[in-house]
Design a protein around this ligand. Structure first.
Ligand code: ADP
Length: 696
C-alpha cells in the first residue's frame, strides 16, 4: 500500500520468529512453574522432617523426665527403708539385753532382711559380744577374717558415737570363698543406757542384695539399677538389662550419714516406640492437610492457566481485530500525546508506529498550513469538550506531502477505574467517498443541464412546428399578393383577392400571436408558484450542494445573513437555481493553483427600497480570476462560455429569472480580486406566511 508494507518473505520470517519466541516463553513459564512446585514439595518435606524430629526430641525428654522421677523415687524408697532398718535395730537393742535372746531375735531379723549379711553386737571398745551371720547364705567373713575388715566399721562407729546416731561406713569390697566378691557397707548404731554408751549394733549390708531387695520389684523390672562411685565405677547392679536402641540414664545421690552413694538408673528404650504414639497421628494429619492443599493448589493453578489462556486468546483476538481494521485507530493521553496507533492508521498517514507514538502537537500528519487551526481544536478537546458523536471532518497529510480528507470520530477513553485517561479516535479516510460524491454530483449536474436543454429543444421544436404553419401560410399569401400587385392590368379584378390574402395574413398572424401567447401563458403560469420565502432558507437549501463542491476545491464557504430580513416573494426553485449557478461560477473562478485563501461569501441583506416596495439583495462574492473586459461584454449572451464543458446559458437564464421577478442582476469587480454578483428580489407582502424550511 505504501512504504510501510514489507515483502512477504520478510513478514513470514518475522512471524516464525514470533512463534518461536512465544514457544520459548511458554517453556520458561512451564519450567518456572515446575520448579515452584518442586520448591513447595521440598518445603513440605522439610517441615515434616522437622516435626518428626521435634516430636522425637519431645518424647525423649519425656522419657528422661520419667526416669529422673523414678530415680528420685528409688532414692527416697531406699532412704525410707534404711531408716526403717534403724528403727528395727533400735527395737532390738531395747528389747534384748541378754546375749541369748538377742541372737535368736537377730537370726529372725536376718531371715527377714535378705540384704543383711551379718549382725554384730559389740561393746564400746569394739570387742564383739555376739554376732549372727545370715542363714540365707554362706558367712561373708569366711575368706577375709572379720578383724581384717574392721577399719570402715570402726570409723563409722566413731562417727556414730560422736553424733549419737546411726552412721554408715563407706562401702568396701569383700572377697568370697567362691572366688567372687561383693561390695558391702555397714551401719553402726550406738547403744546407750541412761546417756552412757553401752555398745554398738552393726549390720553389714550387701549393696547388690540391697538394690535387689529394695528396688528390684519396683524399678528393677524396667531398668537397670546400680550404685556407682563418683567416677562412674559400678559397685553393685540389680534389675533387668534390656536390649534397646537408646540408653537413658539418670543419677541421684543417696546421702546417708557417713556415706554418700550414687544411685544410677539405666533404661533402654527403642526409638521406634515413638512412632505409634505421636507421629502416626501427626503424619496422617499432615498428609491429609498436604493433599488438601495440593488439590486446592492444582485446582487454583488450573483456573489460573485457563484464565491466562483466555486472556491470551482475548488479546490475540483484539490484536487480530485491530490489525484487520481498515479504520485507523489512534489513542491520545490527556496531554495530547499519542499512546497507540493501529496498522491501518500507520498505512493511512504513511508513517511507522514508532514515529507516531509519544508525539504531541504538531503531529507529523498535520498539513503545515492547518497547524494553527488543529492546535486550537486539540486545545478545545483537551479542555474536556466532547466532540460531536457523528464525528468531524479534517484533512491529514501523508508522508509524501499529499493531503486527504478524513472523518474523525473521537470519544473519551475510560480506564478500569472509571476515570478518563485520554481520547480514542477512529479515523476514516474519506477521499474515495469524496471522489464518488463528486462524480455523482457532476453526473447530476450534467443530467440537469441535459434535461434543461432537452426541454428548451422540445419547446423550440414545438414552437417552430406551431409557428411554421401560420408563417408558411403568411409567406405564401404575401407572395401571392405581391404577384397580383406586379400585374397592373389585373389590378382591378385582383383587388378582392389581395384583400382576401391580407385578411388571411392577418388571421395567420393572429394564430401565431396566440401560439406565442400560449407560451407566455405557460411562463406566466409559473407566477402562481411564487411564495414568501425567508432569504436564509434559500441559502440553506443550496448549501449542501455548494459545500460538496467547496470541499473538493478546498473553498471555505461563508454565509452572512442580516438579521430580521423580510421574506422574499419568489419562485423558490428558480431563485435557488440562480444562487447555485452564481456560487458554482464563483468557485470555478477560484479553481486555480495560484488562488490561495479561497473563500466564497453568500450574503443576504436589505437593498435600497422605495416606499411601495422593499427589496432584499442576495450576493455571491468570490476571490477568483475576475472578469476580463472582453468577457464582460458578452457575459449575459446565451451560449457564451470560456469553459471547456460550459454551456454559456447560466448567466443569461439567471438574468431572465431575476428580471421575471422584477429584480435586477449585476456584477462588479471586487476591490482586491475576484467578482461579486448581486441581484434583488421583492419582499413578500406582509400578509403572506413565509416558508423558512430548507428544501435540500
Ligand atoms: P458557463 O458557466 O456555462 O460557462 P455562464 O453563463 O454561467 O456559463 O458563464 C459565462 C462565462 O462568464 C463563464 O464561462 C466565465 O468565463 C464567466 N464568468 C461567470 N461568472 C464568473 C465569475 N464569478 N468570475 C469570472 N468569470 C465568470
Amino acid at each position: 500500500m505504501n512504504t510501510l508494507s514489507k515483502p512477504p518473505i520478510f513478514r513470514a520470517a518475522v512471524q516464525r520468529l514470533r512463534a518461536w519466541w512465544a514457544a520459548q516463553d511458554e517453556r520458561i513459564q512451564m519450567s518456572g512453574r515446575r520448579s515452584l512446585w518442586a520448591a513447595l514439595m521440598a518445603l513440605v518435606v522439610a517441615v515434616l522432617v522437622t516435626l518428626v524430629w521435634l516430636a522425637g526430641r519431645y518424647e525423649i525428654s519425656q522419657l528422661q523426665a520419667t526416669l529422673e522421677r523414678d530415680t528420685a523415687d528409688a532414692v527416697s524408697d531406699i532412704r525410707i527403708s534404711l531408716s526403717r532398718d534403724v528403727q528395727t535395730l533400735q527395737a532390738l537393742q531395747a528389747q534384748h539385753t541378754s546375749l541369748k535372746t538377742w541372737s535368736a531375735q537377730a537370726l529372725g531379723l536376718l531371715r527377714d532382711n535378705r540384704d543383711w549379711l551379718r549382725l554384730e553386737w559389740r561393746d564400746p571398745q569394739m570387742n564383739i559380744k555376739a554376732f549372727v551371720d545370715s542363714p540365707l547364705r554362706k558367712p561373708v567373713f569366711e575368706r577375709t577374717p572379720r578383724t581384717d575388715a574392721l577399719t570402715e566399721t570402726s570409723q563409722s562407729c566413731q562417727r556414730a558415737r560422736r553424733f549419737n546416731g546411726p552412721a554408715y561406713s563407706t562401702s568396701y569390697y569383700l572377697p568370697q570363698t567362691d572366688g567372687l566378691g561383693m561390695e558391702v557397707m555397714e551401719l553402726c548404731l550406738p547403744q546407750t543406757q541412761e546417756g552412757e554408751l553401752v555398745g554398738y549394733t552393726i549390720v553389714t549390708y550387701g549393696l547388690q542384695p540391697l538394690l535387689a531387695e529394695r528396688l528390684g520389684n519396683s524399678f528393677g523390672r524396667r531398668n537397670e539399677v546400680s550404685f556407682t562411685e563418683a567416677d562412674g565405677t559400678r559397685l553393685a547392679i540389680a534389675g533387668t538389662h534390656r536390649r534397646g536402641l537408646r540408653l537413658f540414664t539418670a543419677q541421684q545421690l543417696v546421702d546417708l550419714p557417713g556415706n554418700t552413694l550414687v544411685l544410677r538408673m539405666d533404661s533402654r528404650r527403642g526409638e521406634p516406640n515413638l512412632f505409634p504414639n505421636v507421629l502416626t497421628a501427626l503424619v496422617t494429619a499432615m498428609s491429609i492437610a498436604l493433599i488438601t492443599v495440593m488439590v486446592l493448589l492444582v485446582k487454583d493453578s488450573r483456573r489460573r492457566l485457563k484464565a491466562e489462556r483466555d486472556l491470551a486468546d482475548a488479546l490475540a483476538f483484539r490484536k487480530a481485530m485491530e490489525d484487520s481494521l481498515v479504520t485507523g485507530l489512534r489513542a491520545r493521553d490527556l496531554q495530547g500525546r499519542i499512546t497507540y496507533v493501529n496498522p491501518a492508521f500507520c498505512d493511512m498517514v504513511g508513517l511507522p508506529a514508532h514515529a507516531l507514538i509519544g508525539r504531541n502537537a504538531p503531529m507529523p500528519y498535520w498539513p503545515p498550513e492547518m497547524v494553527d487551526e488543529y492546535k486550537q481544536r486539540q486545545a478545545i478537546r483537551l479542555a474536556g469538550n466532547v466532540p460531536p458523536r457523528e464525528g468531524f471532518e479534517s484533512v491529514f497529510m501523508r508522508a509524501d506531502g499529499s493531503r486527504f480528507p478524513v472523518l474523525i470520530i473521537e470519544a473519551p477513553l475510560i480506564n478500569t477505574q472509571g476515570q478518563q485517561s485520554g481520547w480514542m479516535g477512529a479515523v476514516i479516510d474519506i477521499s474515495e467517498q469524496r471522489r464518488i460524491e463528486e462524480v455523482s454530483r457532476a453526473g447530476q449536474e450534467r443530467l440537469q443541464a441535459t434535461a434543461r436543454l432537452a426541454t428548451v429543444g422540445e419547446m423550440a421544436s414545438l414552437l417552430s412546428h406551431e409557428l411554421n404553419q401560420p408563417l408558411a401560410a403568411i409567406a405564401s399569401y404575401a407572395n401571392g399578393s405581391l404577384n397580383l400587385l406586379k400585374d397592373p392590368d389585373a389590378l382591378a379584378q385582383s383587388q378582392d383577392d389581395v384583400h382576401m390574402a391580407l385578411r388571411r395574413i392577418a388571421e395567420q398572424a393572429g394564430r401565431a400571436g396566440r401560439v406565442i401567447n400560449s407560451v407566455h401563458d405557460f411562463v406566466r403560469r409559473r407566477d402562481q408558484t411564487r411564495e414568501a420565502v425567508a432569504p436564509h432558507a434559500l441559502i440553506d437549501a443550496i448549501l449542501p450542494l455548494v459545500n460538496l463542491q467547496a470541499r473538493k476545491l478546498q473553498v471555505n464557504v461563508v454565509t452572512r445573513i442580516e438579521p430580521r430580513l423580510p421574506a422574499v416573494w419568489c419562485d423558490r426553485t428558480m431563485v435557488e437555481q440562480v444562487l447555485l449557478n452564481l456560487a458554482r461560477n464563483g468557485m470555478q473562478a477560484m479553481d486555480r493553483p495560484e488562488c490561495t485563501g479561497r473563500v466564497l461569501v453568500l450574503q443576504a441583506k436589505r437593498a435600497a427600497s422605495n416606499p411601495e416596495q422593499s427589496w432584499v439583495e442576495l450576493s455571491v462574492t468570490d476571490v477568483g480570476t475576475g472578469i476580463a473586459p472582453e468577457v464582460a461584454e458578452q457575459l449575459f449572451t446565451p451560449f457564451f462560455t470560456t469553459k471547456a464543458e460550459g454551456m454559456g446559458l447560466g448567466l443569461s437564464l439567471c438574468r431572465t429569472v431575476v428580471e421575471q421577478h422584477g429584480g435586477h442582476l449585476e456584477f462588479e469587480a471586487q476591490a482586491s480580486k475576484g467578482t461579486v454578483f448581486r441581484f434583488t428580489l421583492p419582499a413578500a407582502p406582509l400578509d403572506q406566511p413565509s416558508t423558512s424550511a430548507g428544501k435540500a
